[in-house]
Design a protein. Structure first.
Length: 464
């Protein structure tokens, strides 16, 4: 009997849809079908066809963007205003992939530099790596799939994608658009299955590349189980730090930091979490951040006025509250929030000076919580910010160029925003973490490069 998955709203629990789940035989069929496509280069769709398919896909998604945004909001809980932005980015990302295919080029390797290399010429070409397996997260249910699936299609790799069981409908919608645009179905397959079957899928030796977005615990476990030779990209989270120096322009910075911390109820892998503020301005900074937090509209994500929606599961609301209360019991001051709103939402929360060993300091909150830590010495603040195993995006707020550059040099991060929030991203920029925050590089073109391999050709001729 086929298992059915109920997709429910994280806000009020209403049933959105029921869909069939894939079993082991169906997943085996998907892997084998994809693997057979990679056995000969003759099967690969020509570049011009891939460009046409992606351009058509972008057009289809653009026409259906409002419908898809509302569905993403319903299943994932992100406020509608933000889901609309997500769909606009998705369209842009698909077009970016189509336009980037012409950048999948090799280069010439110098020869004739030694006696042994005379009469030779060498160059490289890029080839699709093979079958791509993707496991995705719930928090950007449409655009994350774009970032994992569309690069594979662009470079000519068959791809099997497993969306989060909390938000599978957006993935199904995107893949349907690819089919409508002319992509043969065997080149992209959605599987909705139990985690154990997902693990079997990505650890199969026929998988050439594994792309994962989600929790570090799961990602690193799967990484340890990959078949020899399988390459991967893991995108986990962090505890994004911000250094706000004494000369910061608070009028400019505070709205950005509030947005970066409370956007999608903090369920963003680079959400503003730990803000180290110079002691000369910490009182003013805290007061004004609280004012911004208390003005935010929390509630039904489908309501046009809502700015902060639910957390993805009720147990996450309980966890966030436990962490906040732990910080309070350890001596931190709750400046605003610190309470549940119903069973699915949490009030935007600002905490002053949590203990350095509290969960809200050492772990990824993934909730609408911003922590403030006063500092006197900037270098000591940077040391405190660096005292986690994470390294993803960070920020520095200052009007002094030397301070900005020195902080960027010292802070553990793959990207440092200067006078901006940590959650800034455009889809063509490289994106990814170091240390426990991940491995590999995301972004449309960077992912396309990760999903291809260089092959070198060496020509020998007396005429060279």
């Amino acid at each position: 009997m086929t298992k059915r998955l109920k997709v429910n709203s994280p806000y009020d629990g209403h049933l959105i849809s029921e869909i069939n789940m894939d079993n082991a035989d169906q997943i085996e069929s998907a892997i084998e079908t994809a693997y057979q496509l990679t056995k000969t280069p003759d099967n690969i769709l020509p570049a011009y066809q891939r460009i046409e398919i992606l351009e058509k896909t972008a057009n289809i998604v653009e026409v259906k963007a409002e419908e898809f945004a509302r569905k993403a909001t319903e299943e994932g809980g992100k406020p509608l205003v933000d889901s609309r932005i997500e769909l606009a980015r998705a369209v842009q990302g698909i077009r970016e992939a189509a336009h980037s295919i012409n950048q999948l080029t090799g280069h010439e390797i110098p020869m004739n530099l030694t006696a042994s290399s005379t009469n030779r010429m060498a160059l490289t070409i890029r080839e699709p790596i093979g079958v791509v397996a993707a496991i995705s997260a719930f928090n950007h249910p449409f655009n994350l799939i774009v970032h994992q699936v569309i690069p594979a299609v662009a470079v000519g790799c068959p791809v099997i994608v497993k969306p989060s069981r909390a938000t599978p409908l957006s993935c199904i919608n995107l893949v349907a658009c690819l089919y409508e645009a002319g992509l043969p179905k065997e080149w992209c397959r959605t599987v909705v299955c139990e985690s154990s079957l997902g693990q079997k899928m990505v650890t199969d030796p026929r998988i050439a590349f594994f792309t994962f977005i989600g929790s570090g615990a799961i990602g690193w476990k799967l990484h340890s189980l990959l078949a020899p030779g399988t390459r991967c990209a893991l995108e986990h989270g962090g505890a994004a730090p911000v250094i706000v120096d004494h000369d910061a322009n608070l009028e400019d910075a505070l709205p950005l930091l509030a947005k970066g911390g409370f956007y999608h109820a903090g369920q963003v892998c680079v959400s503003v979490q730990k803000v180290y503020v110079h002691e000369n301005i910490v009182a003013e900074f805290s007061k004004r951040l609280v004012e911004l937090a208390e003005k935010l509209v929390v509630g039904d994500p489908a309501d046009e006025k809502t700015e902060v929606g639910p957390l993805i599961q009720e147990k996450e609301v309980d966890r966030v509250d436990e962490w906040v209360q732990e910080a309070k019991n350890g001596g931190a001051k709750i400046l605003t929030g610190g309470k549940k709103i119903g069973t699915t939402c949490y009030a935007p929360t600002v905490i002053l000076n949590p203990p350095d060993k509290a969960n809200v300091t050492t772990c990824e909150i993934f909730g609408p919580v911003i922590c403030i830590y006063p500092f006197k010495d900037r270098l000591e603040a940077i040391d405190r910010a660096n005292s986690t195993p994470f390294s993803f995006q960070a920020a520095v707020i200052t009007q002094d160029l030397d301070t900005a550059l020195d902080t960027a040099k010292r802070i553990n991060a793959t990207t440092v925003m200067i006078n901006d929030h940590t959650a800034f991203r455009v889809d063509w920029m490289p994106f990814g973490g170091r240390k426990t925050s991940g491995i590999g590089v995301g972004g449309i073109l960077p992912s396309m490069m990760e999903m291809t391999e260089e092959k070198m050709l060496v020509f020998r001729s007396k005429l060279i």
